[in-house]
Design a protein around this ligand. Structure first.
Ligand code: SF4
Length: 659
């Protein structure tokens, strides 16, 4: 495989497609290494390991993705490896590539994806599965792993969706579960050694070596048996040396991994025009609907000095004027006050803005908000109470009272914000119409409070509602999902309730999606290997970009499912709206997220009882299982460290931040 660029053939096509700039690469901080960067062994063996990394969505969504950016950088830092990026091509480009016999290509070197050793895909959502099939097909890689030969790259998935890789088990060769930084390097070592040895045993052997680490899942090495009623009887490894359960990877010290150091600056418009620094990973709040919170335990904080250095280095490397402090709940960093104040001091008088893209209602305080907006930007604030009623918030363990919310928005409106966005979910377990209608009442109170404290009526509140999808490795993994029609009915009642009250109706924006994409997401999230046939059928019927409402077709999914499930005794409802029992073997039970299944079940029972569980960062351990398995304790500050040594910019001050 030569890795030769296809750009000369691609270039004439660019003027015929929409947004051609997304295909040209060359972004600030991107890398194109020599194809033979690792050199050769004594017998001429190649000593380079090459990864084509894909975020399976359009460039504008994929390019800011932190996961891919981090892997791209850590791989390219190795002298014996190279990594390039590829994204889902729009249907107009797909048609042209097919017409001209051109393959899926990387945006860095415009090299054919099929020439690389590994095709690595990062799935943060399952709705990218059909885009993976397009890319495989365009790359000339057989869709099914069983049909691939030694000529084809290893297809490896990662990202949150890999915590249940079963729906795509036929299409991927392997799944890496959990944090990727160390895992891709370890996989690169194994693949590199196998290549240096002259590829003994072909792709089966290298997959065997990867699987033997206990941290790489190779679906082809497992058999699934089913019970007559369609449930899974058991999942068993069929190869010796392959573990019964595959462990997730956890990077314990984020300060050792200050990536991305050189964030990519997109050429074309992208969803986030800012630089991001991950301030901690994991969450122990225990919100029962939140898969990310559960599967990324335990909490690992980046130190205040580590954050300061990353912000500084990243701004210098990119020229961005906004820094997002990322995590699942950024205000929960135990030193967030000092971080925000330190950064605001440091960048005072410059154009650099700070933002916390994810803030809990109860962790928000006005001092923090003021620090973040000190340099002049005061955009809208977003809070996520998630559930409309006190009762449903107990069920989901979102320990926020209506009073908390009112106090918070009151402080925000009082300090000059005019716009607050509230995020809720519909279709939560045990939810009734009443719980959802309560959202209208909350929104009205928010407006009323805002008008009162601001002393004028120019106050807005946007209510944004998403359909709830139960996810693997959460206490709600056993829960029935609300059907699409019932979700729509409930949301229509809510919309009517908001509009009916003329005093507030115009001040409240209402955004919701219909319930149908949620059912497809539910099928893909909690599906097993039989769902792979549906994905393939949808793709063959033209399914692309399922995360985009203009491309998504519910009818296509339902028609494909009917065909693919024929004679199997299972259907879409079976996977989505059915409640599971405790004893049922779940399709992802052999993927070990570190969470104890008995603890999850107990938490599910607590949910049904409306019993809340505290944040285990500040209370005794609830034995979810993660910390002992990782051999760690929850990490919290304060560390007593200062955001030094950093001089204050732009204000003419010569003092240090600490003064
Ligand atoms: S093991 Fe205990 S302290 Fe650690 S995340 Fe689980 S509940 Fe929290």
């Amino acid at each position: 495989m030569s890795g030769e660029t296809i750009f000369p053939a691609l270039e004439p096509l660019l003027e015929k497609v929409s947004k051609p700039i997304q295909y040209v690469g060359g972004e600030l901080n991107s890398t194109v290494k020599e194809w033979q960067v690792g050199g050769h062994g004594p017998g001429g063996e190649e000593l380079t390991v090459r990864w084509a990394l894909m975020y399976p969505d359009a460039y504008e969504v994929g390019v800011p993705n932190q996961g891919v950016m981090i892997l791209y950088e850590v791989l390219n830092e190795r002298p014996d490896a190279l990594a390039e990026r590829t994204y889902a091509v729009w249907p107009d480009m797909e048609a042209l590539l097919r017409e001209h016999g051109l393959p899926q290509f990387t945006v860095d070197g415009h090299r054919p994806v099929g020439d690389f050793d590994v095709f690595g895909l990062s799935f943060s959502t399952e709705l990218g599965y059909t885009n993976m099939l397009t890319a495989l097909d365009l790359a000339g890689i057989p869709l099914h792993s069983s049909e691939r030969t030694d000529e084809h790259p290893l297809v490896i998935m990662g990202g949150h969706a890999s915590f249940n890789p079963e729906p795509v088990a036929d299409f991927v060769d392997a799944a890496i579960v959990g944090d990727g930084e160390e895992a891709v390097l370890a996989a690169t070592d194994i693949i590199g050694e196998w290549k240096a040895q002259g590829r003994p045993g072909g792709r089966v052997e290298v997959l065997r070596r990867l699987a033997a680490t206990g941290g790489v899942y190779v679906p082809a090495f497992y058999d699934v048996d089913y019970l007559p009623d369609g449930r899974i009887q058991r999942v068993v490894p069929t190869e010796s040396g392959v573990p019964w359960r595959v462990d997730k990877h956890t990077v314990m010290d984020l300060d050792e991994w200050p990536y991305p150091k050189q964030p990519l600056v997109p050429l074309a418009e992208s969803v986030h025009e800012r630089m991001s620094v991950e301030i901690f990973r994991g969450c122990t709040r225990g919100c029962r609907f939140c898969q990310a919170g559960m599967i990324t335990r335990p909490v690992r904080e980046r130190s205040i000095t580590g954050i300061g250095e990353m912000v500084e280095q990243g701004l210098q490397a990119t020229g961005f004027e906004e820094v997002g402090l990322l995590s699942l709940s950024s205000a929960d960093h135990s030193e967030i006050g000092d971080v925000a104040k330190g950064l605001a001091d440091r960048y005072e008088g410059t154009n650099t803005g700070l933002s916390l893209p994810s803030t809990r209602v109860d962790a928000f305080n006005i001092d923090l908000a003021n620090e973040l907006t000190r340099n002049g930007r005061r955009s809208g604030l977003t809070f996520a109470p998630e559930g409309g009623s006190e009762r449903i918030r107990k069920v989901i363990n979102k320990m926020v009272t209506e009073e908390d919310l009112i106090r918070t928005v009151s402080a925000a409106y009082g300090a000059g914000w005019r716009q607050v966005k509230l995020y809720f979910m519909c279709g939560l377990p045990t939810e009734t119409d009443e719980d959802v209608l309560q959202i209208a009442e909350v929104a009205k109170r928010v407006i009323e409070t805002g008008r009162e404290v601001a002393g004028h009526n120019d106050i807005r509140c946007t209510v944004s509602i998403g359909g709830f999808v139960p996810k693997p490795h959460t206490p709600f993994q056993w829960s029935p999902q609300l059907g699409a029609e019932q979700t729509d009915e409930r949301l229509h009642k809510l919309r009517d309730a908001i509009r009916a009250d003329k005093r507030y109706g115009r001040s409240i924006g209402f955004r919701y999606h219909d319930g149908r994409p949620g059912i497809v997401e539910g099928l893909l999230s909690r599906g097993d290997r039989r769902v792979g046939r549906v994905i393939e059928q949808v793709w063959r019927d033209g399914g692309r970009f399922d995360g985009w409402s203009e491309y998504f077709s519910y009818d296509r999914w339902m028609a494909a499912a009917e065909k693919a499930f024929e004679g199997t005794g299972v259907d879409v409802d079976w996977f989505t709206t059915r409640e599971r029992e405790e004893a049922e073997v779940l399709p992802w039970d052999h993927i070990d997220s570190g969470l104890d299944k008995e603890w999850l079940w107990q938490d599910w029972l607590d949910a049904l009882d409306e019993t809340e569980v505290e944040d285990c960062r500040w209370t005794p351990c609830f034995d979810c299982g993660v910390c002992p398995q990782m051999g760690t304790d929850i990490e919290i500050g304060p560390t007593g460290k200062q955001l030094l040594p950093l001089t204050v910019l732009g204000s003419g001050k010569e003092s240090m931040v600490r003064s």
